[in-house]
Design a protein around this ligand. Structure first.
Ligand code: PGA
Length: 252
């Protein structure tokens, strides 16, 4: 079911083993929503434990290195993620781009190495508030997509793009549905330009202050193939409300 909505929780630098019970509850409940594809990206330290137990959800990493192995103290490779049981990797999150100076070229290299290791990838893009206020949001995001997207892989459906306006991340300030629709359309056009007809197979997710209240409207919006959820993915209760909203949005 390639067009199932894809709901991905990004735990960022949150979570110790005490939180495995939340993941367990999410996994158990996700089995009740076969029409929704659910994944969680915990910190690296929890991937193996979660992956060993997960049945209904995919477990992923929040980043990976551009190399498969080598002298890169503190880094984790896509091969290591796969070895730990991960099925996907998020790459190019704005916190990686911002905190670690990751460029589009680095993000592209990470996406390609993750695909080569058999993982799915979620390539994150999004404009800053200054860029939006200057009227440059679409140009910035289209540029990021064009330069961060991996070269056309054998299985393009393993790639998703997450549109996350930087000003909406962790701020409680969600993008207007009409702006999300317009941006997703622009991203789709860029994907088609890059990959031809195969560009239609890429799911485009929205991220940035998604919660139980706004998820229904966002997920029902034209061109929105799912959500990348930060804060609201940290408890089973708030995350499952979003999964439920995705399930109803699909039935409407
Ligand atoms: P948020 O984070 O849901 O807490 O805004 C989203 C993200 O950064 O992926």
């Amino acid at each position: 079911m390639p067009n199932r909505p894809y709901i991905v929780g990004n735990w960022k630098m949150n979570g110790t083993r005490a939180m495995l019970s939340e993941a367990r509850a999410i996994d158990r409940a996700a089995a009740r929503y076969p029409g929704v594809q659910v994944a969680l990206a915990p910190p690296f330290t929890l991937i193996a434990a979660m992956a060993a137990e997960a049945q209904a959800i995919g477990i992923g990493g929040q980043d990976c290195h551009t190399a498969v192995k080598g002298a890169h103290t503190g880094d984790i490779s896509a091969a290591m993620l796969a070895d730990a049981g991960a099925k996907l990797a998020i790459v190019g999150h704005s916190e990686r781009r911002g905190d670690h100076g990751e460029t589009d070229a680095v993000v592209k290299a990470k996406a390609e190495v993750a695909l080569a290791q058999g993982l799915g990838v979620i390539v994150c893009v999004g404009e800053t508030l200054a860029e939006r206020d200057a009227g440059n949001a679409e140009a910035v995001v289209k540029g990021q997509v064009a330069a961060s997207l991996p070269d056309l892989p054998e299985e393009p459906q393993r790639v998703a793009v997450a549109y996350e306006p930087v000003w909406a991340i962790g701020t409680g300030r969600v993008a207007a549905v009409s702006d999300v629709i317009a941006m997703h359309r622009a991203i789709r056009a860029t994907l088609t330009q890059a990959w031809g007809a195969e560009g239609a197979k890429v799911r485009i997710l929205y991220g940035g202050s998604v919660n139980a209240e706004n998820a229904g409207d966002l997920l029902a919006a034209e061109g929105v193939g799912g959500a990348l959820v930060g804060g609201a993915s940290l408890t089973a209760e708030s995350f499952l409300a979003i999964v439920a909203a995705a399930s109803s949005a699909r039935e409407e």
